[in-house]
Design a protein around this ligand. Structure first.
Ligand SMILES: Nc1ncnc2c1ncn2[C@@H]1O[C@H](COP(=O)(O)OP(=O)(O)OP(=O)(O)O)[C@@H](O)[C@H]1O
Ligand SMILES: [Mg+2]
Length: 257
């Protein structure tokens, strides 16, 4: 089975419980959007999936194509086709974007051997053109002095170059102007054509106008409390998260009766 399964995940950081029983299955080719208030645990979820060692998985499991990946390092997870775009990408001085991407490509496709440099650059230029990025950008040091929008665009370039099977995009849309939002969305849609499973974490409905999710989930306090389709995102945009929380309280009260 080609899917990424999160099974009753409980995750904590520094002893603080953040995820409290999160269950979700993402099939290859599906786009799932996760929305939720600040601090509900969305970035924690991304970090846990990628195997950031700061996050402790207290119980539950993460299965990739039916096999647990909990014992794998972040690099091994990338080799298996997982990709994470960070909410706050790091700057790496002295490493150009092109060099970084070539290494990331080789690391995530070990079965193909190293990609010839010329072939890599041809592919890079093609993808940069699609993403309307200036070719000279590839020579810049990774994320150093990149504007917010440039960082996001270079993440989507990474996504386009690495061709993973599952991508976790944590607020790839934040800080983008409207043109950049369209370009980044086109990049995501292009990658999605390649049978990519996407977990798109966002605060705003606006990206969902360009990237159509198959499912929208609301996360509150470390759990998915509501799932639906695009119309759920529209409702959230209009009414905020309060109504979901109210609805939960009402349900809980009914159950107590
Ligand atoms: N290193 C840490 N130490 C202590 N608490 C942390 C740490 N990292 C995250 N948290 C806490 O975990 C909770 C969930 O944080 P997380 O970043 O996952 O939220 P989020 O849903 O991504 O929020 P946002 O929408 O603001 O990006 C927050 O209360 C946060 O303060
Ligand atoms: Mg976050």
């Amino acid at each position: 089975m080609s899917d990424l399964e999160l099974l009753n995940l409980h995750v904590s950081i520094d002893g603080k419980k953040i995820l409290k029983g999160l269950t979700l299955t993402i099939k290859q080719g599906e786009t799932h959007a996760i929305m939720g208030p600040n601090g509900s645990g969305k970035s924690t979820l991304s970090n846990a999936i990628m195997g950031n060692p700061k996050y402790s998985i207290d119980s539950g499991d993460i299965l990739l194509d039916g096999t647990s990946i909990l014992s794998l390092t972040p690099n091994q997870r990338a080799e298996k086709g997982l990709f994470l775009a960070f909410q706050y990408p790091q700057e790496i001085s002295g490493v150009s974007l092109a060099y970084f991407l070539r290494n990331a490509y080789n690391a995530s496709h070990p079965q193909n051997g190293k990609i010839p440099v010329m072939e890599f650059h041809k592919k890079l230029q093609e993808k940069m053109k699609q993403l309307k990025m200036d070719p000279s950008f590839a020579d810049r040091y990774l994320n150093e002095g990149f504007s917010g929008g440039e960082k996001k665009r270079s993440e989507i370039l990474q996504l386009a170059m690495l061709e993973p099977r599952y991508a976790i995009l944590d607020e790839t849309d934040s800080g983008l102007d409207i043109d950049a939002l369209k370009t980044v969305s086109e990049g995501i849609n292009l990658a999605a054509k390649n049978k990519l499973g996407i977990l798109l974490i966002t605060h705003y409905q606006r990206i969902l106008r360009f990237v159509k999710p198959d499912f929208v989930h609301v996360m509150v306090d470390g759990r998915i409390v509501k799932s639906g389709t695009s119309s759920l995102a529209e409702k959230l945009e209009k009414k905020g998260y309060e109504w979901v929380i109210e609805e939960l309280k009402e349900k809980a009260a009914k159950n107590r009766k």
